[in-house]
Design a protein around this ligand. Structure first.
Ligand code: HPA
Length: 236
């Protein structure tokens, strides 16, 4: 395709598998490639955003970081969907719980992604757009989690916020609407998927609770990340 390489991705045509797992952190992408994939090759390293393609149980799969926030996810997912013709992007990240029943280490499947971002304004819709996950990917993720059996999880709305350190207290308003957790990327991913006619799902591990103030230890984060990665890799 004439648009590749892109300003942000140096991979060549065919370097990516049809499904790309996207953690926020480039080092996490490296860890996933080294730990879970076989024959992983580095296909991108622009700005240190490591992208790898390898195999999981014989299935070809890629992993590349999204960076933090809607603008960064917006760029990488746009280029993957539209220029590299990727079919599926599965975000695997962390989120802060705003729901009393959602404890640290639990998993959230983002059926929808509310947002305080203006990202959707570009589509000039005569109303608000509801960014949603791919039903097929969501259904597969639920099946895998149920089969694993020992993972606490919820399916529902997350809030993709533009602001980590906010001057305003907005959590209570989102809680009233039943939102589960706050993160910073899914709305852009889901909108880009919708616009490109592709599929997306966010799987998040709760890393901290805005309800109880609990945070995960490094060790807890590691094991719960492993669960989330297995779910993502199984459905890839
Ligand atoms: N806010 C936004 N993103 C996050 C949080 C949070 O509290 N926790 C993990 N990712």
């Amino acid at each position: 395709m004439s648009n590749i390489p892109t300003p942000h991705i140096a991979a060549k045509e065919g370097d990516f598998a049809k499904t790309v797992l996207m953690p926020g952190d480039p080092l996490r992408a490296k860890f996933i490639a080294e730990t879970f994939l076989t024959d992983a090759v580095l296909v991108n390293n622009v700005r240190g955003v490591n992208g790898y393609t390898g195999y999981y149980n014989g299935k070809r799969v890629s992993v590349m970081a999204s960076g933090m926030g809607i603008p960064s996810m917006g760029i990488y997912s746009y280029e993957l969907f539209n220029f590299y013709d990727i079919d599926n992007i599965i975000r695997i990240g962390t989120a802060g719980s705003i729901h009393p029943d959602l404890k640290i280490r639990n998993v959230v499947l983002a059926m929808g992604a509310c947002t305080d971002s203006n990202y959707g304004a570009q589509y000039e819709l005569p109303g608000t757009f509801a960014p949603i996950a791919s039903f097929e990917l969501l259904r597969k993720a639920v099946k895998v989690i149920e089969e694993m059996g020992n993972i606490g999880y919820k399916v529902g709305n997350v809030v993709s916020s533009d602001v980590f350190y906010s001057d305003r207290q907005t959590t209570a308003a989102w809680q009233k609407m039943g939102a589960l957790a706050i993160e910073m990327e899914s709305a852009a991913l889901y909108m880009n998927a919708a616009r490109a006619g592709k599929n997306a799902l966010t799987i998040c591990t709760i890393s901290d609770s805005l309800v109880t103030g609990e945070v995960t230890t490094a060790e807890e984060r590691q094991t719960s990340f492993d669960d989330m990665m297995k779910i993502a890799l199984e459905i890839a």
